[in-house]
Design a protein around this ligand. Structure first.
Ligand code: ATP
Length: 298
């Protein structure tokens, strides 16, 4: 299978500052990549280069097999983009905003109503966008990014700062797109959603791509699984979280033998814990191409 995105030794410098430092990876159709990292790590700069909106200082990116430097227009016609900064036409209505994009992408206007209904915006279809709340604007941006049914989506913080209802509408809709086979690159500080949605994680720090691998492999590699045991102690009910060492397993065994175990749970490390660990670790020099073909998606 050919990669949908191929990144080769990509670097971006702003003067002396290296925002993205020699990163390489491949993403295959149907994969969902969560690009994570602390503020200023280089995620947005990378996304902008992947979309052909920013020129690399060195290295290259191909999307759908085309170089972003020479085929940006072709690539743009086949991608959907949601960036945190809203750039909707504020004086136009929701319908007019989407109609403009329908014309641009040669998409029938009949695509507008079902999308606005799905995003719970149909009742406000004729209102000017300037009268919309932040959550409504963000949902409209999702509609705009998806109106032409692109096979590849770039989402920079698609639900940041939104109330739980708006966030849920957006994440649920994105889950449907993933089920339908859409490839997605997204950044988000919402680790719960990233963990649920993304089968690939790329972790950036200070411009480097520290890790790029399947979510389940990353969790197995970095996350020390633990066992949470709830048991009847002499002082009443107690809960302990234990690493699975021989000594701890023997202790659990004897609690069992004494019929004191109330509950036993195996706990996987969360993405938040892994994120913290990766931030604390040093930055290994890494230039090899990272990719995991989707043959054994989780
Ligand atoms: P955040 O999570 O805060 O959005 P990020 O990981 O997306 O951060 P970038 O916005 O890609 O980080 O920024 C990476 C580095 O590049 C930062 O040091 C930033 O100051 C710098 N940078 C980004 N854009 C520019 C620019 N136009 N001019 C100069 N420096 C820039």
């Amino acid at each position: 299978m050919d990669p949908i995105i191929s990144v080769n030794r990509l670097t971006k410098k702003y003067g002396e500052r290296i925002a993205v430092n020699d990163i390489s990876f491949r993403l295959y159709p149907g994969q969902v990549l969560g690009l994570l990292g602390p503020n200023g790590a280089g995620k947005t700069t990378t996304m902008r280069m992947l979309m052909g909106l920013s020129k690399p200082s060195s290295g290259s990116v191909t999307v759908f097999g085309h170089d972003t430097r020479t085929h940006a227009k072709l690539i743009h016609s086949r991608i959907g983009v949601v960036f945190e900064r809203s750039n909707l036409f504020e004086n136009l209505s929701a319908y007019q905003n989407l109609a403009l994009f329908c014309r641009l992408y040669d998409t029938p206007l009949s695509a507008i109503q079902p999308l606005l209904e799905r995003m719970d915006l149909w009742s406000r279809v004729q209102d000017p966008v300037k009268s919309f709340s932040k959550g409504m604007k963000q949902r409209l941006l999702i509609c705009r990014a998806l109106i032409h049914r692109p096979p590849l989506l770039f989402l920079d913080e698609p639900a940041s700062g939104l109330d739980p209802v708006s966030s849920k509408i957006i994440w649920d809709y994105l889950k449907e797109q993933i089920t339908g086979g859409t490839t997605i690159v997204l950044t988000s500080h919402d680790m719960t959603e990233v963990e649920e949605l993304c089968d690939m994680i790329g972790f950036m720090n200070q411009g480097h791509l520290i890790t790029f691998e399947k979510t389940n492999i990353l969790k197995a590699r970095f996350g020390q699984p633990t066992i949470r045991v709830t048991f009847q102690s002499d002082q009443g009910m107690a809960v302990e979280t234990l690493e699975p060492t021989l000594q701890n397993l023997q202790r659990i065994q004897s609690l069992y033998a004494e019929k004191r175990v109330i509950n036993l749970r195996s706990m996987e490390a969360s993405l938040t814990e892994i994120f913290q660990k990766l931030c604390e670790n040093g930055i290994p020099p890494q230039t090899e191409v990272r990719s995991q073909e989707p043959s054994d998606r989780r």
